[in-house]
Design a protein around this ligand. Structure first.
Ligand code: RB5
Length: 147
């Protein structure tokens, strides 16, 4: 599985733990940075990763301090459905019901142990379609109207 990763300085260490975990599992990781704890603005990373995830039709993971700023920014990219999660149920259901393509987490909110569990369930869960597809179509329609 190919997975896109990105983080600002607040999510750098968590992103590195996720990267190691995915590589150890045999996944292919495309790392958009950041590559240090030097301060960097999360919107720039969110845009790059969001565009890539939509273009390649893959899943990705974004981390900042809270997971919130980077998810707000990523959701401005057409086709992105980014969900900021810090619990197992939400990380699973955002794939099953929202067909989320980006999982966002806060490096200052969740520990690496929990974060890796959230990543695993997010990547393993399939979108259920059915009535949920109608709701995704409504979200896409809003996106089109805003263009
Ligand atoms: C950076 O200090 C911090 O604001 C950022 O990582 C994130 O938490 C924003 O939502």
């Amino acid at each position: 599985m190919k997975i896109a990763l990105g983080a600002d300085h607040g999510g750098f260490e968590l992103k590195e733990a996720i990267k190691k975990h995915l590589i150890d599992k045999g996944d292919e990781v495309v790392d958009f940075g950041t590559h240090s704890t030097d301060s960097i603005d999360y919107a720039l990373i969110a845009k790059e990763v969001g565009e890539y995830v939509v273009k390649e039709n893959i899943l990705g993971v974004l981390c900042c301090g809270t997971g919130i700023g980077i998810s707000i920014a990523a959701n401005k990219v057409n086709g992105v459905r980014a969900a900021c999660c810090s619990d197992y149920f939400s990380a699973k259901l955002t794939r099953a019901h929202n067909n989320a393509n980006l999982l966002c987490m806060g490096g200052r909110v969740v520990g690496a142990g929990l974060a890796l569990e959230l990543v695993d369930v997010f990547l393993a869960t399939e979108f259920e379609g059915g009535r949920h597809q109608r709701r995704i179509d409504q979200i896409t329609a809003i996106e089109q109207e805003q263009k």
